[in-house]
Write a protein that binds this ligand. Structure first.
Ligand SMILES: O=C(O)c1ccccc1N[C@@H]1O[C@H](COP(=O)(O)O)[C@@H](O)[C@H]1O
Length: 228
């Protein structure tokens, strides 16, 4: 089975078109002003129209209130909302009820206990995005190019549907897939030449590496499909 790949932090037509041409299953747009990948909702909406229906459109937000979500959802018309802040299970339920969209809840992982936080969102979040904890002093909850110890996922219940994220790149994705059996991966800074600047050659190299790993038959475990 093909690995789902989400290319996140897209801001230009060239990068978006290349992501979809390479077979990205998901495209991510960041709505977080402190991020070098931040994009205005209207600009993201115009870009996303080029690829609607060919890859899922993901709005990445961080503890956004309903006013911000109203603007983002209305301009972008995303397929999925990625909540990348400290949103509680109750907040995830509210967002799902208000917007009627699948929610991918990001959780940051550093130690075994961090995986336990999944339990509170089971049956609420449609999918999880498992990212590394930000380094000390970072302004960003994600997009830091930092990995967590993928072996921690050995303890994860096989039914948990997740995207593997954090510090992935063409050099380490083969090992990440072989170790985790992840069926879906998410990448941002690993395909950039500078913060917020997507590099088409790095994107090509990343997809090549994913396809090579697939050809080698990395263990795609039995995680369930969520629609997110
Ligand atoms: O990328 C950002 O700037 C960002 C800002 C706010 C919330 C989430 C963000 N990024 C997410 O983090 C992952 C991992 O990034 P990386 O591959 O380690 O650079 C990224 O794909 C987004 O989902």
């Amino acid at each position: 089975m093909k690995t789902e790949v989400k290319i996140c932090g897209l801001k230009t037509m060239e990068a978006l078109d290349r992501a979809v041409a390479l077979g990205a299953s998901h495209t991510g747009f960041i709505f977080f002003p402190k991020s070098p990948r931040n994009i205005e909702p209207d600009d993201a909406g115009r870009l996303a129209e080029r690829i609607r229906g060919r890859a899922k459109i993901v709005a990445v937000t961080v503890d956004a209130d309903n006013d911000d979500l109203d603007e983002i959802v209305s301009a972008l018309k995303p397929d999925i909302l990625q909540l990348h802040g400290a949103e509680s299970p109750e907040r995830v339920l509210t967002v799902k009820a208000v917007y009627g969209l699948p929610v991918m809840k990001a959780l940051s992982i550093r130690e075994p206990f961090d995986l336990k936080r999944i339990d509170a969102y089971l049956g609420i979040a449609d999918r999880f995005l498992l990212d590394a904890k930000p380094p000390a002093g970072s302004d960003l909850p994600g997009g830091n190019g930092v990995s967590f110890d993928w072996r921690l996922l050995d303890a994860l219940d096989g039914a948990v549907d997740y995207m593997l994220s954090g510090g992935l790149n063409a050099d380490n994705i083969g090992a990440a897939l072989a170790l985790t059996g992840a069926r879906a991966v998410d990448i941002s800074s690993g395909v950039e030449s500078a913060p917020g600047v997507k590099d088409l050659k790095l994107m090509d190299a990343f997809f090549d590496a994913v396809r090579r790993a697939e050809a080698q038959g990395h263990d795609q475990g039995a995680r369930s499909e969520s629609g997110a």
